[in-house]
Design a protein around this ligand. Structure first.
Ligand code: NAD
Length: 436
């Protein structure tokens, strides 16, 4: 590309090639549509857009694991660093049968944008392994984690790229990541990973941070829209780290959580679910859908329940052109990454259903991960009250930054969040210039 064309603002190409279904199912295409739209709106220089349309580094690794029955299985894993202009890369590790390079690239891109919306000194990354941990023993999961970590250790590190938990990974798995990396370098490096147990340098409040952040953002939404959160009904899709903590924190603050679901099905009680009992049930059973005090429903039905606030907290591509017409929530607050497709966004906007986007709504996790990393580097740990107060500050400030753009420039909240992130990111790219 010539230097001249590098400065031209980009035209939003809108829909990409291919059928609508294929497009909606491809998280990277969705992410690029969001990027193009925001780039056009802020008249981003073409050369910066071009750089952001490519991940800086993509690593594919094969992960050989000795299974309990003595056989050897080779899993495929990925680590993607989308952008490093604002600081080291940051992003979770996912273990799931549907992981793909396209998905990991999209998730890494969203991390770049999320860290910029929150003004954290990080770029974006993500990792994943194609596997089904539900069918593996603890020993197999540990060996998979350790070998995957060893394979990606050439690009991770406290100053380079700091993983964290995501779908089907947890504190224990982060502990193995920290131990494996520390073994390869010969000393303990707690700052290489966040979301690890408190006993080895984890942060108080990290476990609940994403859910708590979703709550703080929804509180701000209620303030600007003038409704009482305590009078609101809430539906949560996904009952893992994010979904369960969302349900508990909203219930603790007096909201009526009327529906919840995991991958196997959902449960509905218009009077309000007993969330603490449901969380206890979920720890002891393989699904919440058989919880006795409510009506069993499918996960798809759950998304279409009447409620004030719908919180998708499971996977991408849940609200699409198929069901967006039938959503009956007044507000959608995205606990998951990429749960709403761009086509669904258009339908919801026409129906005046306001969507608070993932890169703002679920940023509490990465924010407390940042606090954890800072505490590790300083070897000085904060109490939980301090962590939660700082988290609230960050969430409220970013909500206001995004909301200001939303009202001033008359754009939806997703576009506003992307515009804010892109402006910050573009400035870093301009200042750093192009090497060599
Ligand atoms: P998790 O593995 O702890 O839980 C995932 C939950 O979603 C499980 O209850 C699972 O049964 C359910 N689920 C999966 N597919 C489903 C489907 N089709 N319908 C209904 N439920 C389904 O994962 P998590 O860490 O809670 O992550 C959930 C989402 O939040 C992901 O999009 C993740 O990227 C995002 N996120 C996580 C964090 C974090 O700190 N863990 C931070 C920000 C965003």
């Amino acid at each position: 590309m010539s230097l001249k064309t590098m400065d031209r603002p980009v035209k939003w190409k809108g829909a990409l090639n291919g059928s609508q279904d294929a497009r909606e199912a491809n998280a990277w295409h969705q992410a690029m549509e969001q990027l193009d739209r925001a780039a056009q709106k802020i008249r981003l220089e073409q050369y910066i857009l071009e750089r952001l349309r490519h991940a800086k580094r993509t690593l594919t690794v094969s992960v050989p694991v000795k299974m309990d029955d003595g056989t050897l299985r080779v899993f495929e894993g990925y680590r993607v660093q989308h952008n490093l202009d604002r600081g080291p890369a940051k992003g979770g590790i996912r273990f799931h049968p549907q992981v793909s390079m396209e998905e990991v690239k999209a998730l890494a891109f969203w991390m770049t944008m999320k860290c910029a919306v929150m003004n954290l000194p990080y770029g974006g990354a993500k990792g994943g392994v194609i596997c089904n941990p539900k069918e593996m023993s603890i020993g197999e999961i540990e060996r998979l984690t350790r070998r995957y970590t060893a394979e990606i250790s050439i690009i991770i590190g406290p100053d380079k790229d700091i993983p964290a938990p995501d779908v089907n990974t947890n504190e224990q798995i982060m502990g193995w990541v920290m131990d494996t990396y520390s073994m390869t370098i010969g000393y303990s490096a707690p700052g290489v990973v966040t979301g690890k147990p408190v006993d080895i340098g984890g942060s108080l409040g990290r476990r609940e941070a994403t859910g708590r952040g979703v709550f703080y953002i929804t509180q701000e939404l209620a303030n600007v829209k003038g409704f009482d959160l305590r009078e609101s009904s809430v539906v949560v899709q996904g009952f893992g780290n994010v979904g369960m903590n969302v349900a508990r924190i909203f219930a603790q603050h007096g909201c009526r959580v009327v529906g919840a679901a995991d991958v196997m099905g959902g449960i509905y009680n218009p009077e309000g679910l007993d969330v603490e009992a449901l969380a206890e049930w979920s720890n002891k059973h393989d699904t919440i859908s058989r919880f006795p005090k409510g009506r069993k429903i499918s996960t798809q039905e759950l998304l279409e329940l009447p409620c004030d606030i719908l919180i998708p907290a499971a996977m991408e591509n849940q609200i699409t052109h198929y069901n967006a017409h039938r959503i009956r929530a007044k507000y959608i607050v995205e606990g998951a990454n990429g749960p709403t497709t761009t086509e669904a966004d258009r339908i919801l906007a026409k129906r005046e259903i306001l969507v608070v986007p993932d890169i703002l709504a679920n940023a509490g996790g990465v924010t407390v991960s940042y606090f954890e990393w800072v505490q590790d580097i300083q070897s000085f740990f904060w109490d939980e009250k301090d962590v939660n107060a700082r988290l609230k500050d960050h969430m409220v400030r970013s909500f206001r930054d995004v909301h200001d753009i939303h009202t001033r420039e008359k754009v939806d909240l997703r576009l506003a969040a992307f515009m804010l992130a892109l402006r910050r990111l573009a400035q870093a790219v301009r200042i750093r210039g192009l090497f060599p």
